[in-house]
Design a protein around this ligand. Structure first.
Ligand SMILES: [Zn+2]
Length: 306
């Protein structure tokens, strides 16, 4: 095709979509596709696999605003809207830590690549010192154990919030949740069972390992927490499932997902941490975000920028 034709087609196409010009320009955040440093820490993002969000999972996206965002992103109206499931290996000196473990074999064929991909970047699974858990949902805890329910990180300590373990271990809380959630309880219990004797429970803003501190962000699950890496002046926050859809929840932070155990508490945690990050400029990424960057306020919501 002669180039002027494609250029003309492009121009007329652009003119037909006035919404594009109405949107503020967003300086792109850095893609989460390579190791990066936080002081003496090296963080290796590992993609466990893609997960497809749908309108059933984000009910408020079934709206004019939701349709507009999904359309501008070139995604199908009803979903799936893919988000990554991330695992992080963190190294400092001789120590290796892993944050969350991906879905293992509990979440279908798209997930469960973390163990192989960790090994591929040189992480010896038998030499991981500690696995730090943001929470015990299957896309984070399913990869802790193999098909025989044995620990994938056989010599690691499993560090997790006491409240999180209490919730998933309690038959009372299981009976109060919809029965469709029962498999989630079983997966969390299998994961904890695989690390029997090596589970270290912490409460609140506890230091998980030297330089890495839990930041409680309850609501998504009762013990849901981020992890703040600090070394000298360098800081970086892994805020876990605070945002499960960057596309929808940065502009509309009030939108919750069906995975939130306590949606109003999850919303309060989300607003609270995003406001704090926007004020103090600490860089961040999450378990379901493809970029890392800083949070800025934008309109009624937020954006992530370089
Ligand atoms: Zn998740």
């Amino acid at each position: 095709m002669p180039s002027f034709l494609s250029r003309r087609a492009f121009l007329s196409g652009a003119a037909a979509v006035p919404l594009l010009t109405a949107l503020p320009r967003i300086a792109p955040a850095a893609p989460l596709n390579a190791p990066f440093s936080v002081g003496a820490f090296t963080v290796l993002p590992i993609l466990d696999g893609p997960f497809g969000l749908t309108r059933e999972i984000v009910p408020e996206a079934d709206s004019i605003e939701g349709e507009r965002l999904v359309e501008l992103a070139g995604l199908p109206k009803e979903g799936p809207w893919p988000v990554p499931v991330n695992v992080f290996a963190i190294r400092r000196g001789p120590r290796t830590y892993v944050v969350d473990a991906g879905g293992g074999s509990t979440m279908g064929a798209d997930l469960g690549n973390a163990a192989e991909r960790l090994a591929a970047v040189g992480v010896d699974l038998t030499k991981v010192d500690a696995v730090l858990m943001t929470h015990l949902h299957p896309d984070h805890a399913g990869g802790l154990f193999d098909d025989k329910h044995q620990a994938v990180f056989p010599n690691a300590e499993l560090v997790v919030q006491q409240e999180e373990v209490a919730f998933w271990s309690d038959d009372g809380s299981m009976s109060r949740m919809p029965s469709s959630m029962e498999p989630l309880f079983q997966i969390a219990r299998t994961a904890l069972g695989a690390y029997q004797g090596k589970v270290r429970l912490v409460t609140g803003m506890a230091e998980a390992v030297p330089g890495i501190t839990f930041i409680p962000l309850p609501g998504h699950t009762p013990g849901h927490a981020g992890l703040l890496l600090s070394d000298g002046n360098a800081q970086f926050l892994l805020f876990a499932d605070t945002i499960q859809s960057a596309l929808l929840q940065f502009p509309y932070p009030g939108w919750t997902t069906s995975f939130d155990v306590d949606p109003s508490l999850a919303l309060a945690s989300r607003r609270g941490i995003l406001d704090r990050l926007a004020a103090d400029g600490i860089p961040v990424t999450g378990s379901h975000i493809s970029e890392r960057g800083r949070i800025v306020t934008r309109g009624m919501g937020y954006a992530m920028v370089e």
